[in-house]
Design a protein around this ligand. Structure first.
Ligand code: GCU
Length: 363
């Protein structure tokens, strides 16, 4: 199946030829900054300058049947006389140290919620740090509100930040904060997001190497799926940029009708996560997200894991991708569950299981 997809999609051998040709881990590390820049310049837009937010903590006490300590953490960012505050929620198992944490970029502010089963996460020994993406900046073409509104952004500049890059900016600020908390195991922080927020998680982890595990749930087009060679049922670059133009910088629009001219494909975004861990989740009915394209990207991205002497994706060559396929043994994992587009308990359980394997100790 992987070989068939490779033939069908006709993706240039970017790691074998041209600017990003690499044959050793050292070469890879040398070229990686250039690759980051390429994705920012051509697809998501450069993140604004880093600000140091002021932090205010409000304790919500011991909660979740006495099992967890809950705090609301307010991040206030200031720039050129303007300020914006983002409320986040930190829930840590009570009376524990060295806690591995999921940073969850989510669609709604309240916790628990249908996408974030807080109590189950705590019961599994993890903490969760949570924020709602629209509290950072609205999910539309208005760049004057929230964190976006603090920075100059010009329609003339073809590589100015997009909404995906500003959400990602917030995720890295959250990581900065987690590193200041003594109860947190800084070496074991995962970033997790669904769909557009899976795209955000991937970009964040490609840029910010402090995340040990990245979970991109059904991130699809412009996330974990290869952009070339999609079927009519899969979301195309043309479709995504017409409905969600604010997710991308202007430069990306030049490829809409000529995807073959893109000097990269999405597997190269994934490849920047090496040698850390990556999980890509799909659902059989979520054809829009292009499951074959996501599996193929995991396979092709594995080139960079191999440079580090790792495996990347470990998957057998099969006739077709089937429901309940799960290739979870390597540093890059892919699975295809039953059902439709959703961030389900099933998905969380797969990600938590993998995280426990990575940590290699009882939590
Ligand atoms: C739309 C969009 C997808 C996106 C999804 C989501 O379906 O086309 O690209 O992943 O929304 O974020 O739920």
């Amino acid at each position: 199946m992987i070989n068939k997809e490779l033939e069908k999609r006709n993706i240039p051998d970017f790691f074998g030829n041209g600017e990003f040709a690499v044959s050793s881990a050292d070469e890879w590390l040398e070229k990686k900054n250039g690759l980051k820049e390429l994705f920012l310049r051509e697809e998501y837009g450069f993140l604004p300058k880093k600000l140091t937010p002021s932090i205010k903590t409000e304790t919500q006490g011991i909660n979740f049947a006495g099992k967890a300590k809950w705090e609301s953490i307010y991040f206030t960012f200031e720039n050129e006389g303007k300020e914006h505050t983002v409320k986040t929620e930190l829930i840590l198992p009570a009376n524990k140290k060295n806690i591995p944490v999921f940073l969850c970029v989510n669609f709604v502010p309240e916790i628990p919620n249908k996408y974030c089963p807080t109590e189950e996460i705590i019961d599994n020994g993890f903490g969760v740090f949570h924020f709602c993406y629209t509290d950072v900046s609205s999910d539309d073409t208005d760049f004057t509100n929230g964190l976006s509104g603090l920075f100059e952004r010009s329609e003339e500049n073809t590589d100015d930040f997009s909404k995906i890059s500003i959400w990602s900016y917030m995720a890295s600020a959250c990581m900065d904060y987690l590193c200041t908390r003594e109860e947190v195991d800084k070496n074991n922080v995962a970033i997790i997001g669904h769909s557009r927020l899976g795209k955000t998680a991937l970009l964040t982890s490609a840029l910010d190497e402090r995340f040990i595990l990245t979970c991109a749930n059904e991130s699809g087009c412009c996330g974990a799926a290869i952009s070339r060679g999609k079927t009519k049922e899969n979301e195309s670059i043309k479709e995504i940029t017409s409905v969600f133009p604010h997710w991308f910088c202007k430069n990306y629009f030049k490829y809409i009708d000529n995807i073959d001219a893109t000097p990269f494909d999405q597997h190269m975004l994934l490849s920047m996560i090496a040698p850390r861990y990556l999980m890509v989740g799909g659902a059989i009915e979520d054809v829009w997200a292009d499951n074959e394209g996501q599996l193929l990207a995991c396979h092709m991205a594995s080139y960079s894991w191999k440079l580090f002497g790792k495996h990347g994706l470990v998957a057998p060559e099969k006739e077709a991708l089937c429901v309940n396929d799960a290739f979870l043994d390597g540093e890059v994992g892919f699975y295809l569950r039953e059902g439709s587009h959703f961030f389900s308990r099933y998905d969380w359980n797969v990600y938590m299981k993998k995280f426990k394997e990575i940590i290699k100790r009882d939590i």
